[in-house]
Design a protein around this ligand. Structure first.
Ligand SMILES: [Zn+2]
Length: 305
């Protein structure tokens, strides 16, 4: 890590390529074209008299054209620059993505027609490793200095990029479908949240029943209470679901009818075993799984306790 920092620091102060002299001097046609393109109607850029009335010798160039005078295409490049080497070094350490983060320009004087701009670019700073919303990376700041033919700096631009390690995009997993909760079965799901596996029991004839319902199918009593199930049972029947796949579940998904040792059956999932190893009659034990803040359900894992 510190070896990389040292290597990055060594780039600070290095000049990128030879100075670039503008192909053309500052000129009125390019100024007119620029002002037309961005709809800037300030008369000091377009009208000599208005410029003179504002204290200039004649029309001046919009300061924001600074970069336009000497920016060259890629075709004129010769060989790798210090910046290429720096970016390659960052690439090789996993910082393969790039985003421009900010650009600050400073203007020392207005450019006038006839000025010829020469640009030099220096790697000004390479940051330590930073954590950002996009990922971990290093900021690289370059300083472009724009000079006239007398060698005076007429403007500068600091351009900062972030070279960062792209993060794999993690889609939040959709929530497991909600059970249909009614007045008759709400107690069962509430108990599951507390890691209790309840079985409804008729208060008159003591028969156990599941799924929960308002009336005893044996004696038709509406009175009921519950017993705590041990959680032990056996696989009564099952299917292995491969398709269609719902993103909230893991596949292959074993959906089983579990017969509890108390005698009632419920539908659940079998976990902790390869789907092709599941067998009817296999002893299983309940384990409560909290899928999210609202939903906890018993799942069944092979085992005796
Ligand atoms: Zn009953």
């Amino acid at each position: 890590m510190s070896e990389l920092i040292d290597a990055l620091r060594a780039f600070e102060g290095r000049v990128i390529g030879p100075p670039t002299r503008a192909l053309d001097a500052v000129n009125e046609p390019m100024i007119r074209h620029w002002c037309d393109a961005i709809d800037d109607r300030n008369p000091i850029y377009l009208d000599n008299d208005a410029a003179k009335a504002n204290g200039h010798r004649g029309i001046v160039a919009p300061p924001t054209m600074l970069q336009a005078w000497s920016m060259r295409g890629l075709g004129g490049r010769t060989g790798a620059t210090a910046q290429d080497d720096l970016l390659r070094l960052l690439d090789s350490h996993g910082f393969t993505s790039v985003v421009a983060t900010n650009c600050d320009q400073e203007y020392m004087r207005y450019l006038e027609p006839g000025d010829r701009v020469t640009t030099t670019v220096t790697i000004e700073a390479v940051s330590d490793e930073k954590k950002t919303g996009l990922g971990v990376g290093h900021f690289v700041t370059t300083l472009q200095e724009y000079r006239d033919d007398a060698g005076e700096v007429v403007g500068t631009m600091r351009f900062r990029i972030l070279k960062f390690a792209p993060q794999p995009k993690v889609e939040p997993r959709p929530q497991r479908p909600r059970p249909s909760i009614t007045r008759d079965n709400a107690f069962w799901f509430e108990a599951a949240k507390q890691h209790q596996l309840l079985i409804q029991r008729c208060a008159r004839c003591r028969q156990l029943r599941h799924p929960p319902g308002p009336m005893c199918p044996h004696c038709h009593s509406l009175e009921w209470d519950t017993v705590d199930a041990s959680g032990r049972g056996a696989i009564y029947s099952f299917v292995v679901n491969h398709h269609p796949q719902v993103p909230a579940f893991d596949y292959p998904l074993v959906v089983a009818v579990i017969e509890l040792e108390e005698g009632t059956r419920l539908v659940s999932n079998v976990i902790g075993i390869e789907a092709h190893d599941v067998e009817i009659g296999m002893p299983v034990v309940a384990e409560f799984v909290a899928f999210d803040d609202e939903l906890t359900l018993p799942q069944f894992r092979p085992g005796l306790n």
